[in-house]
Design a protein around this ligand. Structure first.
Ligand SMILES: [Zn+2]
Length: 416
């Protein structure tokens, strides 16, 4: 991989106005729509200009100070300040609220973060499905514990959210849609702390054949919506019925756990599950119901009943990158990460999607990538998408990642 220095080039140019709007849509469903809070729900606070509501899924507001007839100061607080080891929570302040205007005008909002600094450029939606960047807002340049927003009111109610509100119901609606396809089955592999079903998709075109498995998971970290926005087109590309897809599914089965942390998503968490644990630091202890569910679903690989050949875990961070094993850590198939990412890099235009490969020795931290590599000796990769990467570029690149994965795994595993 070349050294990349143009990381956010397109992000600045395209993440504005209509271009952003046209590509930033979370999977729609009647369920997702009905998740907009009812107008009758209790106000969080109000002034002469608007009523603020925050009692819907993915919402997060922890305090409201009505400063004037047109100015609100909101407090945003993490679900927990530290993990059980006393380490500060990851600095990813999530916020989300609904505004019901009482009159037209410009509303001023101060976002005051406790234990965090501004990270996500605000998005606005009038239907909970289509999102645009809040006009006049900027991508955070310098991270501060306070952010000022000015929001134009034209009478219509709307949501403001740190990233697109990609709800648990929207995840489920998408999972259901995929499960309705030929050769795909859906199962519940466990329940979250709050009793929310954790769903898994299995793709198997011929149950009589003992094929190797390719596995991917997502949404361990609730605010990491851009990772989810990559998992979806990645999956759909693998199942798109093309010649490559058919060949791939002739030789491989697939397991997908799209949303490992439904409670965190529902409650607008910054990082943890309901038990106050970073699930991607629990692949070893497996102390939480969500990680236990995934581990038991993967039991088939431990017993040798089935063979796993590749693992991906979708996340988000400041920029596009993939954490892989180092080249001197042997994997089966050998050097898959290096070759895969080179093949993708050769195809992607640097003006559209730039990523780096961070090849690292196993840190000993109990994260999914380390666990899957240590346990199975496979290439296990954390697929990180930038917070501000244009949504059209996330989709386009995810499709290229999917195609090159299929092509190379067929070459290495099936000799095709
Ligand atoms: Zn993450």
């Amino acid at each position: 991989m070349r050294h990349k220095h143009k990381i956010f080039r397109l992000g600045i140019g395209l993440c504005a106005g209509l271009v952003f709007a046209s590509c930033q849509t979370v999977p729609s469903s009647s369920v997702a729509k009905s998740e907009l809070p009812p107008k009758t729900s209790a106000p969080f606070c109000e002034n002469d200009m608007a009523i603020i509501r925050a009692d819907y899924k993915t919402a997060r507001l922890n305090g409201c100070d009505v400063k004037s007839d047109s100015h609100f100061a909101f407090t945003i607080r993490p679900e927990k300040k530290t993990d059980p080891q006393g380490q500060p929570i990851n600095d990813s302040p999530w916020y989300g609220f609904r505004v019901d205007p009482k009159q037209a005008g410009t509303m001023r909002v101060s976002l005051n973060y406790e234990n965090g600094r501004h990270r996500y450029q605000p998005k606005i939606s009038y239907d909970g499905i289509n999102w645009t960047l809040l006009s006049g807002s900027e991508k955070p340049k310098k991270r501060t514990p306070r952010e000022e927003l000015r929001i134009k009111l034209d009478g219509r109610p709307f949501l403001i959210s740190a990233q697109e509100a990609f709800t648990s119901a929207a995840h489920d609606a998408w999972t259901e849609e995929i499960a309705n396809r030929e050769h795909v089955t859906q199962s519940t592999i466990g329940q979250s702390k709050d009793g929310y079903p954790i769903k898994m998709l299995e793709v198997k075109t011929d149950a009589s054949k003992n094929k190797p498995y390719v596995v991917w998971i997502g949404r361990q970290h609730p605010p990491e919506v851009t990772g989810a926005l990559a998992l979806i087109p990645f999956t759909e590309k693998v199942l798109d019925g093309s010649e490559l897809s058919e060949k791939f599914l002739d030789y491989f089965n697939i397991l997908i756990v799209p949303m490992v942390n439904p409670d965190g998503v529902k409650d607008g968490h910054w990082r943890f599950n309901k038990g106050g644990i970073d699930l991607n630091r629990d692949w070893g202890p497996f102390s939480q119901p969500e990680t236990q569910a995934v581990k038991s679903a993967f039991h088939r690989f431990e017993t040798g009943q089935d063979r796993i050949v590749f693992f991906l875990d979708f996340h988000s961070t400041w920029r596009n990158l993939l954490y892989t094993q180092a080249d001197d850590e042997p994997t089966t198939p050998p050097m898959f990460a290096r070759d895969w990412l080179k093949a993708v890099d050769d195809r992607l235009d640097d003006d559209v999607y730039v990523f780096t490969r961070e090849a690292r020795h196993n840190s000993g931290k109990p994260i999914s990538k380390n666990y899957m590599y240590d346990t199975y000796g496979i290439s296990a990769i954390t697929y990180e998408v930038g917070d501000h990467t244009p949504r059209s570029a996330i989709k386009m690149s995810a499709e290229v990642f999917a195609e090159e994965m299929m092509r190379l795994l067929l070459e290495y595993e099936a000799g095709q």
